[in-house]
Design a protein around this ligand. Structure first.
Ligand code: FAD
Length: 435
C-alpha cells in the first residue's frame, strides 16, 4: 500500500474552502540535492509571502511544504482580513519607545494593504470583500472601540470607521446579542485558500521552486544550512521557518514560544438572498470581543461561516458541528432548521504577549522565522513576509528590527505542560469576563 494512504491529513482538511477552491496543482516532492540562496519551510501565508518577496528581490528560493500549499491555518481560517498586529502594543513602549510603537501600529495598517496589493497585482480570485465590524458584548467594549477609532484617526487611517450604538446594530447583524460596534471599511474578508493558491502561483512565476509532501525532518545548521526531507535536501545560505502552530519539534527553541490552540468553523448550506441579508445585511465580517470569541461572515455563495472556540487540549472535538452549532444558534436562533454542510478546525499559534514573533535566531544568524499570530494572521503574515525579505536581502528594515527587538518568553514545562497552562490562562480571562 502507498505510504500516503495511511495519512489522509496530507491532503487538505475537508473544509468548505478545499471544496470550493481554485484548481490545486499537485506539486512534486523534493528529490535529490538542490541549491538555493534561501530555503523557506512552510507553505502557508508566512512562507509563501516571504518566498514571493525574496524572489522579487532577485534571490533564488526553494520552499518546502510538508503537505499541500495552504494545508495549515492559511487554507482553513475564518478569512477575516482585519487591520492591526498584536494586542495592546503600548506595553512595548519601554523596549522600542513611543515612536517604535507608533511605527508598529502603522505596520498593522500596512499589513492589510499588502494583501490588497497582492490580490490586485496578481489578479487572485479570492472573493475579497471590504467591510468589517467589531461587536461589543458589553458597554466596556464600546468604550474600547471609541479609543480604537480615535487612535485610527491619529494614525491617519484613510478608510471609513464608525461607532454604532445598540439601536443601530441591526444594520450590521441580525442578532440582539450586541450592545454596539465599530465598523471599519478598510478591513474585510476573503477565501483564504484561494489567496494562498494564487500567491503560490505568483511565486512560481517569479521563479520560486515549490515542493509539496516534503516534510523537513532535520536541519544541519551552520554558515550554510542543509535542510533534509525524506528523499532530498536543500543547501542554502539562509533558512526561513514559517511553520507557526505546526512547527512541532523541528526547532524546539521556537516551538517553545508558541502555544498551539484549536479553533473551529462550520459552514451552513447556501442561504437564500433574503436569509443571508437578514443575518449580515452589509455582508461584513464580524468578530466579538470575548476571549473564546465568535467570528463569522458570509461566503461568496451565501453560506454562513461561523467560527470560534479555542481548544487547548491538543484534541479536536469529536463532532465539530455538534460543538459549534449551539454557539451559532445562540447568535442566530433563526438558523435552527439550516443544514451544516462543512465542519473543520485548525491550529492557531499563541504567544505570551500576542505580538507576532518575527526575527532571527541568536545563535544561528542565518535562520529567520515568523510565527505566533495569535489567531490574527491573515494580514500579519503578509507583513512578516515583507519584513523578512527586506532583512534577508540586506535592505535596511526598521520594521524587522522593531519586531526582532521584542523578547518572547519560552513557556515553561515543555510541550506537555504548555496546553494545560494555556487552558488555565484562558479560564482566568473568562472568569474576568464574568465580572
Ligand atoms: C480555524 C482558524 C481560523 C482563523 N481565522 C482567522 C481569521 O479569520 N483572520 C486572521 O487574521 N487569522 C485567522 N487565523 C490565523 C491565521 O490563519 C494564521 O495566523 C496564519 O494563517 C498563519 O500562517 P502561517 O503561514 O504562519 O502558518 P500555516 O498556514 O499554519 O502554515 C504552516 C505550514 O508549515 C507546514 N509545516 C510544518 N512543519 C513542517 C515541516 N517540518 N516541513 C515542511 N512544512 C512544514 C505546515 O504543513 C503548514 O502548511 C485562523 C486560524 C485558524 C486555525
Amino acid at each position: 500500500m502507498n505510504a500516503r494512504a495511511h495519512q489522509p491529513a496530507l491532503n487538505h482538511t475537508a473544509s468548505y474552502y478545499a471544496a470550493s477552491s481554485l484548481p490545486q496543482p499537485e506539486l512534486a516532492a523534493l528529490k535529490g540535492e538542490v541549491l538555493a540562496d534561501v530555503c523557506v519551510v512552510g507553505g502557508g501565508f508566512s512562507g509563501l509571502n516571504t518566498a514571493l518577496e525574496l524572489a522579487e528581490r532577485g534571490l533564488s528560493v526553494v520552499l518546502l511544504e510538508a503537505h499541500k500549499i495552504g494545508w495549515g491555518a492559511s487554507g482553513r481560517n475564518g478569512g477575516q482580513l482585519i487591520r492591526g498586529v498584536g494586542h495592546g502594543l503600548d506595553q512595548f513602549t519601554n523596549i522600542i519607545g513611543v515612536e517604535g510603537v507608533r511605527q508598529m501600529k502603522l505596520m498593522g495598517l500596512e499589513a492589510v494593504e499588502i494583501v490588497r496589493q497582492r490580490v490586485e497585482r496578481f489578479q487572485i480570485p479570492c472573493d475579497l470583500t471590504w467591510g468589517y465590524c467589531d461587536l461589543a458584548n458589553k458597554p466596556r467594549d464600546l468604550e474600547g472601540f471609541a479609543e480604537d477609532a480615535e487612535e485610527l484617526r491619529s494614525l491617519g487611517y484613510r478608510y471609513e470607521t464608525r461607532l454604532l450604538q445598540a439601536n443601530e446594530m441591526h444594520t450590521v447583524v441580525g442578532s440582539t446579542r450586541y450592545v454596539g460596534g465599530l465598523i471599519d471599511m478598510g478591513s474585510g474578508h476573503l477565501h483564504p485558500l484561494n489567496l494562498a493558491l494564487g500567491e503560490a502561483a505568483a511565486a512560481q512565476r517569479l521563479g520560486v521552486r515549490l515542493f509539496e509532501h516534503s516534510a523537513v525532518t532535520r536541519i544541519d545548521y551552520g554558515p550554510e544550512v542543509k535542510v533534509h526531507a525524506a528523499e532530498g535536501s536543500v543547501r542554502a545560505k539562509t533558512l526561513v521557518l514559517g511553520c507557526n502552530a505546526y512547527l512541532n519539534n523541528l526547532n524546539p527553541e521556537l516551538s517553545g514560544k508558541i502555544l498551539p490552540a484549536g479553533s473551529y468553523i462550520i459552514a451552513t448550506e447556501p442561504l437564500s438572498e433574503e436569509q443571508a441579508h437578514a443575518l449580515l445585511p452589509q455582508n461584513m465580517a464580524v468578530c466579538d470581543q470575548r476571549v473564546a470569541l465568535d467570528y463569522y461572515r458570509l461566503s461568496a455563495d451565501r453560506r454562513l461561516l461561523f467560527g470560534g472556540a479555542c481548544h487547548y487540549s491538543g484534541r479536536d472535538p469529536k463532532d465539530i458541528a455538534a460543538y459549534m452549532r449551539p454557539k451559532m444558534l445562540e447568535v442566530f436562533p433563526q438558523l435552527s432548521a439550516v443544514k451544516i454542510d462543512y465542519q473543520w478546525g485548525g491550529m492557531i499559534g499563541i504567544g505570551a504577549n500576542r505580538l507576532p514573533q518575527i526575527g532571527r535566531l541568536k545563535d544561528q544568524p542565518n535562520v529567520y522565522y515568523a510565527q505566533a499570530y495569535s489567531g490574527h494572521g491573515v494580514n500579519a503574515t503578509h507583513l512578516a513576509g515583507k519584513l523578512l525579505a527586506e532583512a534577508i536581502s540586506g535592505q535596511h528594515s526598521g520594521g524587522f528590527d522593531l519586531f526582532a527587538k521584542v523578547p518572547h518568553i519560552t513557556f515553561p514545562g515543555g510541550k506537555h505542560l504548555r496546553s494545560p497552562l494555556l487552558a488555565l490562562g484562558m479560564l482566568w480571562h473568562r472568569l474576568k469576563e464574568l465580572r
